[in-house]
Structures are given as structure tokens and as C-alpha cells.
Design a protein around this ligand. Sequence first.
Ligand code: ADP
Ligand code: MG
Length: 629
Amino acid sequence: MATGNINVTAENIFPIIKKFLYSDHEIFLRELISNATDATLKLKHLSTLGEIKGDIGNPIIEIKVDKEKKEIRIIDQGVGMTGEEVEKYINQVAFSGAEEFVEKYKDKVEDSGIIGHFGLGFYSSFMVASKVEIFTKSFAEGSKAVRWECDGSPKYTLEETDRTERGTEIVLHIDDDSLEFLEESKINELLNKYNKFMPIPIKFGTREENLPLPEDAAEDAKPETITVDNIVNNPTPAWTKSPSDLTDEDYKSFYRELYPMQFEEPLFNIHLNVDYPFNLTGILYFPKLSKSVDPTKDKIQLYQNQVFVTDNVEGIVPDFLQMLRGVIDSPDIPLNVSRSYLQADGAVKKIASYITRKVADKLISLFKNDRKAFEEKWDDIKVIIEYGMLSEEKFFEKSDKFALYPTVDKEYFTFEELLEEIKPSQTDKDNKTVILYASDVKSQHSYIDAAKEKGYQVLLLDSPIVSHLIQKLEGSKENIQFTRVDGDHIDNLIKKDEEQISKLSDEEKETLKPIIEGAIPKETYTVQLEAMDSNANPFMITQPEFMRRMKEMQATGGGGMMGMGNFPEMYNLVVNTNNELVGEILNTKTKKKQERLIQQAFDLAKLSQGLLHGEELTKFIKRSFQMVK
Ligand code: ADP
Ligand code: MG
């Protein structure tokens, strides 16, 4: 029996590990299962290389909990350790046998899948255990089994023991302040969180399974049951397979496996797979974004060699894609650094731009292969795409090939198609092509109607960030301008050369203007006299495009909008001087009647914009009843 001091420079490293190394105590199980997995993977690699003779069987990992004895055991059938190896790998904190293996076999074994790296994981067991024992026997011929024990002080014990089978058994004597980990439900929760897709089968207890009934069984026959190992993980999750081996249904069922509480099917998926200049695999899903979507749930999960690490992918996945779901597995993401450092990391930047490119390429191919289906999905995916167009220049450049602009009648154009369609009719006298859009079909109905009557196309752009997006489009495309359809009278939105003749003379206009101004709140409404079609409404309320867009951008938080204060509500009151009623207002002799006419026409205009409420509405209704008497 040998005793000695664990070789660390600090007087006592355990308190440090316990307190600071891992903020989450629960990760001890992930670390120990990772080690057991590494030991098993090493065994398999050595067997493939012929360095181990004979059949290695189908090694699994087993977790056992003994609540009475306050013990958790992690048992593997991997390579095991000799006494010297225990001294080397366990006693020397921060010496990684995993890293050593990868280095030694890097030319012979491609993608070893080995998880360990820093030589610190094992010590996380002292976060929950007051004493740890290792029973281990190496695969190497003639090696003797050893038992190592340590109580969290730098002193350890190492002695021979009589274990006969190859592999390692770690015994954790759980500390009194960590007894929660002795609950079966807690262990199940941890296994499900961290180990669900690890590559070696993990057994936790047993379960009953029904045997299939024989063909000629009686109708009320009860199936026979057998007891089988309860394997808690799927060692070969979809993302580790080749896309050509997976069907649509496979992708969907993997989605359900990832998010068992999610009942909506995904819209489509993107399979990621690169090995140069970094290693990354994964599957991303575009979810159906229902109103009830909770962005904090069912997020993209990040794995390293099939071990769950986190579902906070900030800095790794571009912001606009964080609404996607799925998994990313990459051993190349440095996770022991702060997130802000991560964003500056060259490899991570490459990963983010790779993901962006793959998503754009997938959208292009979906659009090309089945445009109809793509159009049907547009409403569900547009927010993500529009956000991407705004935030990622590379994505914006590609978006011309798949971004859609639907009309109020649900006809879908690409930007190029749209321009071709509207250029002849919607180009104004200054040679700008005016793109008309509505944000709400119901409340802007009369304006949409007026535009359609002219033969114009009206888009329906109703996502929350639309004002930012059109600002961006106007900045990058030439000679176009977006205008919301209720921004002004249609003839003013797309100004052509032909002038309407005014029925009122200039003097008459000069008399009319102050009369109207005197009857309405001047601070909010600017009176604008226009000679329009005599059939067009006498009064119309519009909000200048610029004003409205600034307000919207301010509301959704936009670059450069800070510190501009709140914009006041400002509207135009467009008065059609060619409408009969306006002539009547001008020529009415009694002041009282004149005011009533203005008030009534003004209220009607407000009503059609949804601006008439409360006391004003009550007054309007009273006045209307008196007028029909
Ligand atoms: P890492 O896994 O990053 O190398 P650990 O502290 O988790 O660091 O483990 C240190 C080393 O101890 C491992 O690299 C491995 O050589 C050895 N080891 C730990 N657990 C086992 C095990 N179950 N079977 C065989 N060797 C093990
Ligand atoms: Mg480890």
C-alpha cells in the first residue's frame, strides 16, 4: 500500500475547485460519465487498431445510486488504469490522459470523439462527495487492479485490490450538503439534460418490457414481460449521421426527441457538417413561430462530442438565428472564456458566418425547388429573415434570391419581380419607383382601395421591424421609395405630371384655409389644400411617411434614434378643393353652420382613420342624429 501527496502546487486545491472551478455542482455527473465514455472509446479505438486482441463485447456505462449508503457509482468497462496511470492521471491535477491519447493517436484515429481535455473534470466529484474511491483494472495484460481513495484533502491512498473485470468503478460518498443527488429523479434529470445523446449506452436501473404476443394469441392474452436494462441515452443521434442516410421523418422524430414537450412540427431543417477549418456538425430547425412561442424555452443546444454543454448559444450563433431550434456540436468552441471574448474569437466568427451561409443557401434551394411551399411558409419565417437582412450584411446580399414581398392579395414577388411589375405604372415624375405598402388590411382599407383603383400594387408588410427594413432597402437599391398607402392622397403618393384643375381660385383658397384652421386643433393637424378628383372625399387625414416611420423605428429601437425625444403625434388634414362640400363650406354665410360642416367632415375623416374616440365620438354621434332629423 502506498500513500503520498497529490501533486499540486497550491497547498490545497480542493476548496478552490469546490468553490470556483464550476459554478454548477451538478456537472460532476457529466464529467464522470465523460471520463467513462472516453475510457470506452479508447478501448474501441485500440481494438480497431489491433492493440487489443480478442472481443471487447458491447461495453456500456452504468450508474447506480444507493440512498442508504449515500453512494453514487459510475461504472465502465473501458480501458481502466494501472497503478502508475492512476498516479499519473489522477494524482496530477491538470494532467489529461485524454489529451495525451488524442496526441499519441492523432495520425491513426480520425475524429476520436474523446471528450476530456483539461485534466480537471475528475476533481469536480469533490463538489458533491466527501470521499471518492476508484476501483480500476487496466486492459493491459497482467496488470493488477488498484483502489484509490481520497477524502478531499491532498492526501490519497493507493493499494492493490482484487477486482477481476476490466474497467473502472468510481464511488462517490455523497456529502451531507449534496444529498439531493441521491434522488433517482434528480439523477434522471441530469442524465436527460447532459447525457441524452452521448455515444456509449448508459444504464440506469432496469425496466419492464412487453414481449410481442404470438400470432395466434387469444384476444385477452396478456403479453409476457421481461426485465431489460434501462438505457437512458440515444448513442447515435441524427446529427452524427450523414444527411443521405436520413429521411424527412427521421429529422422530424429527432426534433421530437430534442423537445419532447413541443407539439408543433418544424417547418424545415438545415443539416450542418464541416470539418475544415473547424469541426462542426448539427441540425437546425426553423420552428413554426406561433404567438405563444417562449424564446427562453426549447433553444438551440450546444454539444461538444455529444455531451450537452449549454443552451446559451449567444455569440456562437448569429443573433437573428437564435429563434431557431436544434443542436450544434463542435469541439472547437472555446467555452472556458467569457462570452464577449468569444465573440472576438476568430474561429467562432467563422462558425457564425458558416451557419449564416448555410441558412441562406437552404432558403435559396427551398425557394427554387418548391416556390409554392416556400410562399406558404413565408409568414412563419419572415421575421427571422427580415431580422437577418437587417443585421447581417452577407445575408442581406443573398436575400434578394429568396426574400418575398407579398401583396394585400397574397401574391408573392421577389424584389426584382416586384420592380418589373410596378415600374411602368408606379414611377413618378421624378423617375422614382414608388412601392406602396399597407400594414393593416382592415384599417387601411379605403386607402388600399383607392390605390388598387389606379391599378397599383399594394404590399402587405406587417412585421414589427418593417420600417427598419424598408429604410435599409431604400439605402441599398436605386431609385425606389417605399410609401405607406395611407400616407397621403394616392395622387400625391405617386405624383405624375398631369395637374388637376382647381375649381377654387387662389383667393378663394386663401379665404378657406384660415376658416378650416380655426375650427380644428392646429397643433396636431396641418391643413393642406389639394385639387383632387371631385369624387374623392372632401376631408382626409394622413400621416406623413417620414413622421410615421421615425416613430415606428423609435418604438422598435433603432440605430441613431436614441436621444431624439418623443415625436409628437402629427397629421395632415388634406382638403379636396374640388369636392362639392368644400365649396359649400366656403360659401356658407352663417358662421355656425360653417363650423358644423367642418366639424362633421373632420370627424368623418378621423373616424375613417380610427382616430375618433371618447367624448369626441359621443358629440359626433349626437350631431349626426340632429343632422338626419
Ligand atoms: P480529462 O478528462 O480532461 O483528461 P479528468 O480530470 O476528467 O481530465 O481525468 C483525468 C484523466 O484520468 C483522464 O484523462 C484519464 O486518463 C483518467 N481517467 C479518469 N477517469 C477514467 C476512467 N473512468 N477510466 C480510465 N481512465 C480515467
Ligand atoms: Mg474528463
